[in-house]
Write a protein that binds this ligand. Structure first.
Ligand code: FE2
Ligand code: FE2
Length: 371
């Protein structure tokens, strides 16, 4: 049953009820509970870059469970079936596969845009910063080779938004582009500080998340978190610059510390400068837009998404036969009065009052450290 690097035969999003599945998956979860007759069975969640699926081993579990652990790659032979409304795999045979024998790109989602192209674009926008102290500071970051490769690789979150290799870079680039567009409209905000703040706000994610086989929080990420990492890193970089202005240092630290907007979203401070407010709002905008895009991309061809617990509503993608693409869904939501079983309809007053401060949605997103 040994297979080589090119042996990924079928992806999770291609599995259909009744099919025999022979392919390699990453084990995201493994437990060995006991059946009523006292015999063990294996309960698993297995995954690849397209998603994950529940899997069970009912027979010979005592022998098979010795062959692998969580985070191992396994080649499985099993049958897909629907159980209690959910597709799952009933695995009959499995074997562990060495990491060197798999194509890691099959298992980790990767940014749709080319990483080096995004990096060049980010660098060219950063080159537009004119404040000489900020230029020196940005150069400290850009000349740190290990940090640069981590920025290019890291996801921006474990889930919800930009949860893919290159996600942090895509999120950061998108934010500095938003800042470029918005700053001329709000001249009260210092453009150089906003652009630098967008660049630095989530840079601690490079230490917060592990992203070798799957995305999860590192020990330091769980115990300390990206906001504190970001401020620590800023302190280290500023120490390399002769006479970095104290007020500017204070302001940049405040932008990082306040970018989650509200205390209940894990922000140690709420924005208290116009630049911190703008960075926080741009962060919220970009994270939500990407989160919706990722939701819309599931179940192509459907007009409505499944119920989105964190947003407490179904989302409308547009009619497939109307020529509307995912990105063309704007303007259609207000026109639709179909409640589609949507509890939002009975809670319209609640949802119409959604704001960053009051939204349960945001609390869900932020409390997971996703923004
Ligand atoms: Fe953040
Ligand atoms: Fe962010």
């Amino acid at each position: 049953m040994a297979q080589g690097i090119s042996s990924k035969k079928i992806f999770v999003n291609e599995i259909k009820d009744g099919e025999r599945i022979k392919s390699i998956f990453l084990v995201k979860f493994k437990a060995t509970p006991v059946k009523k007759n006292g015999e063990p069975y294996i309960n698993m969640i297995i995954a690849d870059r397209t998603g994950d699926i529940e899997a069970k081993v009912w027979d010979n579990a005592r022998e098979l469970e010795k062959r692998f652990q969580k985070n191992d790659f396994i080649s499985v032979d099993g049958l897909a079936n629907i159980y209690q409304g959910r597709l799952q795999l009933r695995i009959e045979e499995l074997i562990k596969i060495a990491e060197s024998d798999v194509n890691i790109a099959d298992f980790l989602p990767i940014a749709g845009s080319d990483i080096e192209t995004m990096w060049s674009e980010l660098c060219s926008i950063l080159k537009g910063v004119e404040n000489t102290q900020l230029v020196s500071l940005i150069n400290e970051y850009l000349s740190d080779g290990d940090l640069v490769s981590a920025i290019k690789t890291a996801p921006a979150a474990k889930e919800i938004h930009h949860a893919f290799i290159g996600g942090l870079l895509e999120h950061t680039l998108s934010m500095v582009k938003c800042a470029q567009a918005l700053c001329p409209l709000y001249p009260l905000a210092d453009r150089d500080i906003v652009i630098t703040g967008c660049f630095l706000h989530d840079i601690g994610k490079t230490k917060e998340l592990n992203f070798d086989k799957s995305f999860d929080y590192s020990d330091e990420g769980r115990l300390i978190g990206h906001i504190v990492f970001g401020v620590e890193l800023l302190g280290n970089k500023m120490r390399n610059i002769d006479k970095f202005p104290e007020q500017l240092a204070l302001h940049l630290k405040h932008i990082i510390l306040s970018h989650h907007g509200e205390l209940q979203f894990g922000s140690p401070k709420r924005p208290k400068t116009i630049e911190a407010l703008l960075v926080s709002l741009i962060d919220d905008l970009d994270a939500k837009m990407n989160s919706w895009k990722l939701i819309f991309e599931k179940n192509p061809g459907e007009s409505w998404t499944s119920f989105q617990k964190i947003y407490e509503r179904y989302l409308f993608k547009g009619k497939p036969d109307s020529g509307q693409k995912i990105s063309g869904a704007k303007g259609t939501m207000a026109a639709s009065n179909s409640n589609n079983g949507d509890p939002e309809t009975s809670a319209v007053n609640k949802t119409s009052n959604l704001s960053r401060a009051g939204s349960d949605v945001l609390q869900a997103i932020h409390s997971r450290g996703c923004l």
